[in-house]
Design a protein around this ligand. Structure first.
Ligand code: SF4
Ligand code: SF4
Length: 512
């Protein structure tokens, strides 16, 4: 057992109101610059919908992530030879029109127009060419199902559903999906990089781009199945979500989490066994990848795990943070949080609590009590549309884990309503979903009324290591297709063990 610590996020989709505050604050912090006008490290998509960039979930088109070939995990984009052959013309590279052409408005016309009979109009201007443009698409084009009859049927997840379901979906449900980089345990962006510039920090699992080493090949852009690496056309380098590491190193949550209006984001530490990652990502049955990833996580209360973590050099306060981690509770104890597209085999570390509200809304629309456990359980089973669609997103199509998560949320909802109305809760609601009343109420406290310090349990041990953290890096590649300059094993060197000259720290570079 090789214990490692990973910072992870859980988002409760029931509470996302689609306000885009997270996207805007992230943009103001990280990408409000030339060259990355089109880049949204955090974006919020309406589902069903095509997403950003368009149809990024269609891996038959984009070939991101990993796939199994003859039992071996290999980049879906092909082996090293194919990737090298595509260096100068990569057919799997999204073009600007797949994202959108960023634009601003000719505000000067408004302010400087001479007095006249007509009201001046600020026309859209391309933020790239400075020329007048006509706006045809954007990162938020399908907001709240705007244009759904025309666009949402192109959603790859909708296209996998049956015809009958497809025709009904737009009357049935809608929810918002905020997305950032998944800071995967098995990141295909890192394995795709020919320059060894992408790396996963061994201390906390954050995936970053070394700007000095990046040569702008953009293999990481096509290699990431979530399309969460962006090319800066000014600097010629790749950029991506940093999980706001300068904030996390001093114990603060990411900007998107800090400013989230719905208070739906949770950040915490998970301990996992790095020796099991390759095997779990190679699980042959796609629908068992969720379970396989769960099997990699370790119980931070298990004394044996604690001893192994200490032997591996995980700081004491990281271990105690893992024991208090809201993310650990939601993912492994309550099993209400699920990974986004586990079938990409990157082992994503931003997990989602699927939304129950589409079911409640549909139920309430039929005149039934949308808070009553029996009604809700029946509706979860009867409403195939949300269940199948959510399963396509979170469990490679297996409806059972989604059903369990929704039933647990329904049981919690109904139990707490009875408590708040002074009624006697029906014990069958909790036992029917395999939870006791204490766990149900603890889950309610976490999901409904958790305070800032309960939602973000971020160890501050990194403060003393902040300088060194910039240099503690590994490349990561599973299987026999290492990134040139990379290593075939996972995250094996810690500070002091690094090969000389590899990722020098600021101190080694002679900088204060
Ligand atoms: S989502 Fe995963 S594969 Fe994509 S950039 Fe982030 S770490 Fe890399
Ligand atoms: S700030 Fe929070 S509630 Fe608003 S869109 Fe982002 S995740 Fe959703």
């Amino acid at each position: 057992m090789r214990v490692m610590a990973q910072l992870a996020m859980v988002m409760n989709l029931d509470k996302c109101i689609g306000c885009h505050t997270c996207s805007v604050t992230c943009k103001q912090t990280w990408t409000n610059r030339d060259g990355v006008e089109y880049a949204w490290f955090n974006n919020v998509e309406t589902k069903p919908g095509q997403g950003y960039p368009r149809r990024y979930e269609d891996q038959e088109r984009w070939r991101g992530g990993w796939e199994l070939r003859r039992g071996k995990l290999v980049p879906a984009a092909g082996g090293r030879l194919r990737r090298l052959a595509n260096l100068f013309a990569n057919p799997e590279m999204p073009a600007l029109e797949d994202y959108y052409e960023p634009w601003t408005y000719d505000y000067r016309t408004l302010t400087d127009a001479p007095l006249g009979d007509d009201t001046p109009v600020a026309r859209p201007v391309s933020a790239i060419t400075g020329e007048p443009t006509s706006v045809r698409w954007g990162p938020n084009w399908e907001d709240s199902l705007g244009g759904a009859p025309e666009h949402a049927r192109a959603d790859p997840m909708v296209q996998r559903l049956g015809q009958e379901i497809r025709l009904e979906f737009e009357q049935s449900f809608m929810f918002y999906l905020p997305r950032i980089c998944e800071h995967c345990l098995n990141p295909s962006c890192v394995a795709s990089c020919p320059s060894g510039a992408m790396y996963k920090r061994s201390e906390d699992g954050i995936v970053l781009v070394d700007q000095d080493r990046c040569r702008g090949w953009r293999m990481c852009v096509s290699g990431c199945p979530y399309k969460k690496v962006y090319f800066n056309h000014r600097t010629g380098k790749a950029e991506k979500c940093t999980f706001c590491y300068p904030r996390l190193e001093v114990g603060l949550p990411t900007v998107c989490a800090e400013t989230c209006v719905g208070r739906l984001r949770y950040i915490g530490v998970l301990l996992y066994d790095a020796d099991r990652v390759g095997e779990a990502a190679s699980e042959p049955d796609e629908q068992r990848l969720y379970q396989a990833q769960l099997g990699v996580f370790l119980d931070p209360h298990d004394p044996e795990v604690v001893r192994a973590a200490e032997r591996a050099g995980v700081p004491h306060d990281w271990i105690t943070a893992a024991q208090r981690s809201p993310v650990h509770s939601l993912i492994t104890r309550y099993r209400v949080a699920l990974p986004l597209h586990p079938e990409y085999r990157t082992m994503p570390m931003v997990w989602y609590i699927p939304p129950l509200s589409p079911v409640v809304d549909a139920l309430a629309g039929t005149g039934f009590d949308g808070e009553e456990a029996g009604n809700l359980f029946g509706a979860i089973d009867a409403l195939r549309i949300p269940l199948d669609y959510l399963a396509g997103m979170f469990t490679a199509g297996d409806p059972e884990p989604v059903r369990l998560a929704l039933r647990r949320l329904a049981a919690m909802r109904s139990h707490m309503r009875a408590v708040n109305l002074g009624e006697t809760p029906d014990p069958a609601a909790s036992t029917g979903v395999g939870m006791d009343v204490g766990s149900l109420e603890a889950m309610y406290r976490l999901l409904a009324v958790a305070k800032y310090e309960d939602r973000y349990v971020i160890p501050t041990a990194a403060v003393g290591q902040a300088h060194d953290l910039e240099g503690i890096a590994t490349t990561c590649s599973v299987g026999d297709e290492p990134a040139p300059g990379g290593r075939t094993d996972l995250f094996v060197w810690r500070d002091g063990e690094r090969p000389a000259g590899m990722f020098p720290t600021l101190r080694e570079k002679g900088k204060p």
